[in-house]
Design a protein around this ligand. Sequence first.
Ligand code: DHB
Length: 391
Amino acid sequence: MDRRLALRSTLVTLAAVALAGSGHAQSNAPFKIGFILPMTGQSASTGKQIEAAIKLWQAQNGTTVAGRKVEVIVKDDGAVPDVTKRIAQEMVVNDKVDVLAGFGITPCAFATAPIATQSKTPMIVTAAATSAITERSPYIVRTSFTLPQATVPIADWAAKHGIRKVVTFVADYGPGVDAEKFFKSEFQLNGGQITGEIRTPLKSPDFAPFLQKVADLKPDAVFVFLPSGQGAAFMKQFGERGLDKSGIKLIATGDVTDDDQLNDMGDVALGVVNSHHYSAAHPSAMNKKFVADFQAMNKFRPNFMAVGGWDGMHLIYNAIAATKGAGGGDALLAAMKGQLFESPRGQILIDAQTRDIVQDVYIRKVERQNGQLWNVEFDVRKAVKDPGKAK
Ligand code: DHB
């Protein structure tokens, strides 16, 4: 080889190394989204729902955005925070993901926040819902919801519909503490009285002793927040103890009447009034298509976790397009702030200041329609910002 040719081949090699070395900054490398989800353990329905939504999103919207191939990696953390953190580290360092996403429960999101900050990687929370999560890193953006956002409307509704005395009943961790606090303040502000505050353990709870306490306290209503996956067990024990026939009303956030399990809950769930940001029965054209396509593909009904994942993908795709495929943590983050688009739940906005979601919250009642149980929306609070941020 003469010297000129040799030099040229060296330059070509160097350029190739530079391209490979700079990895995700180059438009010919795939854009990688690292989803960390609970696919096993007691939050496994959250992982199952979000993974199904990601697959549907990519089947319908393709795997190339602005000329860039988009690759989704899904890893199971079993909802164990130390595992989430280790996987996030591996995804950032080894897989060189452009975005982290998922986070089935609050402690897993908290554990990962410092990694997002240190590596300047956008972290899209598509499930966990404690208000404070978005304050743990400037790189966190949320497409799920917050418990204060979901809770204030049902507290307000209860106070205005003849309910005077309430016992609160929540899972004893971040989102439950948020639900308890915001139910209490809104309900009291509207003249209601809290006559008991019950917290149940997050892991494998036996609700029986706590339900006995509710029966003994005899409030007008019990207000319940439990994370997705626990609603069916709660309803079963509520019915078994005869509480559904005791005159004590059951009101809740929609996590309890979760569309993933609602259809199997039976008559005990009928008439339960609850508030949430998504119902599979939401009567928009977009949602009807979403539910039909989702069920055709997966053979189960989408719940609010699926919609959080679906909108997370939408948000990321929009951000990739806004950077013309170039990506980059800060550029993606800037592109996500202020995004406004229609979701199967209704219109959503990413608040540019808080990076949290602004959305409609619906008051719903569980009804049987065409042989199935649904959360039927009958009232709405429009464009609700997280009330947790103002405090
Ligand atoms: C959280 C988890 C849930 O399954 C849910 O329904 C609400 C909140 C959480 O851990 O943040």
